[in-house]
Write a new protein. Structure first.
Length: 139
């Protein structure tokens, strides 16, 4: 298993994650002052997002890949925070699936895709009341 997002598992060779992009921001505000440069106010951590790109081959390797994809779509629509865990056992906290897009290619005569490419965007879930927003580890 490479990654787990709630009940969903991403493994080689059945449904692997090929690329992970991460974006972290901070919140900074400026206050205008007459006759001087604006002062800078450091407001703390901003939003954190992760993008996964993956490809799977439902006909040859994983007949369940399309069902997992539909489950991921359902979690996106339900807006359920899911725990993100790596193969090393590192726990990255809870994340919300912002969007899921897929491209199905090499369609068989029966209408079944031979290859499915998926992009999924996640946002760190911070409950009301916040917390420090600081994280330990890769994510």
């Amino acid at each position: 298993m490479l990654m787990a997002l709630g009940p969903f598992r991403f493994r080689i060779p059945t449904y692997s994650v090929e690329q992970i992009s991460r974006k972290v921001s901070s919140r900074v505000a400026s206050q205008e002052i007459i006759g001087a440069r604006p002062t800078t106010h450091l407001l703390g951590p901003g939003e954190e997002t992760v993008k996964f790109s993956s490809t799977f081959y439902p006909f040859h390797l994983n007949g369940g890949g399309l069902q997992q994809l539909e489950g991921i779509r359902g979690s996106c629509l339900d807006q359920v925070p899911l725990m993100l865990i790596s193969v090393a056992g590192l726990v990255y906290g809870r994340w919300i699936i912002l969007d899921v897009s897929d491209e199905r290619t090499q369609i068989s005569r029966s209408g079944y895709p031979q290859m499915v490419t998926v992009d999924m965007n996640l946002k760190r879930y911070v409950p009301r009341g916040g917390g420090s927003g600081f994280s330990i580890g890769l994510f």
